[in-house]
Design a protein around this ligand. Structure first.
Ligand code: NAD
Length: 473
């Protein structure tokens, strides 16, 4: 499969190409263009040219366009699922779920033109004041490889509804899914320059986009390390910035919890995408009195995971994205066991072809160990024992991240009290940290993000600016 960039209204090749690999096998499956600095400049100019006309289009017209994109995506669902599954290393069942999420996102924003309404503000005789929601201007969107369809959808759909031109730079491991999505947007009738695709390396293409003087906003999803670099690069400029970054998500399990149910959702959220989700459960913080029983219930379910290539319907856990991710995961586990943790399941690299690491459960983990503090982005669950819920809360919040947490208890008053004190943007009670698939406001605190929200009506705040117009008769 070979894809092109969309610049202005033209599909074009790049200055060079990016090889795209299937992580299940290590085989080359496609090529994408790597944009040149001139391509980036042309994309920025095209966004500038369409900006006024796109902003002036009736919101209902843009809303209809966003709905047509959902229809176009639906039409090519099978193609999107197989492409995403192959390049992203996600088992087919997960790939279907993600593509459906992307379609739902477009359907959702395709009914949200009302969120662009202004309001009339109380005025005295002879005066009238009103607020208007205007598009923010040109937006740069930079997305990660682990959510190749849903992450771009969360940025493209609200930007289109707002009427803000948006330039998407997808991750180099997963440009094919992004190109199929942008093709659907072009086929739905988006005006030239309103939505553009410039694949290429983060440093050169992403860097050139973020440095451009004529951008109004940057929405970035990816690692905390790169997010902080971008923030530094943008400092001193009033470019609206949304950063959706890494996590070290915990499931707190209290002694009165339904342990079987807790184990079920913990395992689902820890090993989906082979742990490569920003919201993956990577710590279990369990009250000591039930730690043994919960660990057994977790091990029972982990033992039933089927690790294999993504195109096998029996597979429940696929590969990691590349060799580097396997080595990074192995390094975390080796250092944890050297510090005294026990790998009671997995703890090893699996043979190829492809990039596999065994689903791993570590017990005896202490809060000050690296494995309890750093994001692994692999199929590794660390179990930490605590005496009571105060200690559980302390351990849960004792990380630089603040993305997602879960509380498992039958006592909803305790859950309510904990949910108020957990320093995370998303808290689930008796549910998973990962896999929230409705258009609900999503985004992390602390080093997990700017606490701006993606999804939901809240997202429209990011893509618009409010103007006050005062009238005097
Ligand atoms: P990454 O930070 O390496 O890359 C993300 C994107 O940034 C890619 O498109 C990359 O090409 C680009 N990039 C890299 N360096 C750049 C630079 N100097 N300038 C501009 N762009 C640059 O992240 P990744 O490995 O693709 O994704 C995994 C990370 O993303 C994990 O940390 C995960 O937790 C995080 N993530 C967060 C969320 C969220 O919503 N909070 C969702 C998914 C993934």
């Amino acid at each position: 499969m070979r894809v092109q960039n969309l610049i202005g209204g033209d599909w074009v090749d790049g200055a060079s190409t990016i090889d795209v690999e299937d992580p299940s096998t290590g085989e080359l499956i496609g090529r994408a263009p790597a944009a040149s600095p001139e391509d980036v400049a042309r994309a920025l100019a095209a966004a500038g040219s369409v900006r006024q006309a796109w902003a002036s289009a009736a919101p209902a017209e843009r809303e209809r366009l966003v709905r047509r994109v959902a229809d176009e995506l639906e039409r090519r669902r099978d193609d999107l699922v197989s492409t995403l599954s192959r390049e992203g290393g996600r088992p087919l069942r997960e790939a279907r779920g993600e593509v459906d999420k992307a379609i739902t996102t477009f359907r959702y924003y395709g009914g949200l033109a009302g969120s662009l309404d202004g309001r009339a503000v109380g005025a005295g005789t002879g005066y009238r004041h009103e607020t208007r929601r205007e598009p923010i201007g040109t937006v740069v969107a930079i997305t990660p490889w682990n959510v190749p369809a849903a992450s771009p959808a969360r940025k493209l759909a609200p930007a289109m509804l707002a009427g803000a031109p948006i330039i998407l730079k997808p991750a180099s491991a997963t440009p094919l899914t992004a190109a199929l999505m942008v093709q659907a947007i072009a086929d739905a009738g988006a005006p030239a320059g309103a939505v553009q695709l410039v694949a290429g390396s983060g440093r050169t293409v992403g860097g050139a986009l973020v440095s451009a003087s004529d951008i109004a906003a940057v929405t970035f999803t990816g690692s905390t390390e790169v997010g902080l670099q971008l923030q530094a690069q943008l400092s001193g400029r009033l470019v609206r910035t949304q950063l959706e970054l890494g996590g070290k998500n915990a499931a707190i399990v209290l002694e009165d919890a339904d342990l079987g149910r807790a184990a079920e959702v913990i395992v689902a959220a820890a090993y989906a995408s082979a742990g490569q989700q920003c919201t993956a459960t990577s710590r279990v913080i369990v009250q000591r009195s039930v730690a043994g029983e919960l660990t057994d219930a977790i091990l029972d379910r982990v033992g039933r995971l089927v690790v294999g290539p993504t195109d096998d319907e029996a597979t429940t856990m696929g590969p990691l994205i590349d060799r580097a991710q396997v080595e990074a995961t192995a390094g975390f586990v080796d250092r944890a066991t050297a510090q005294g943790a026990a790998a009671v399941h997995g703890g090893k690299v699996l043979p190829g072809p492809g990039h596999y690491y065994a689903p791993t459960v570590l017990t005896g983990v202490k809060p000050d160990m690296e494995i309890a503090r750093e994001e692994v982005f692999g199929p590794v669950l660390a179990v930490l024992e605590v005496d009571d819920e105060d200690e559980a809360l302390r351990v849960c919040n004792d990380t630089v991240y603040g993305l997602a947490a879960a509380i498992h208890t039958r006592d909803l008053a305790r859950a309510q009290a904990l949910s108020e004190r957990i320093d995370c943007g998303v808290v689930a009670v008796n549910g998973p940290t990962a896999g929230i698939d409705l258009p609900l406001p999503f985004g992390g605190f602390k080093l997990s993000g700017t606490a701006t929200k993606e999804h939901g009506p809240e997202s429209m705040e990011f893509f618009t600016r409010t103007k006050l117009v005062s009238w005097r008769s």
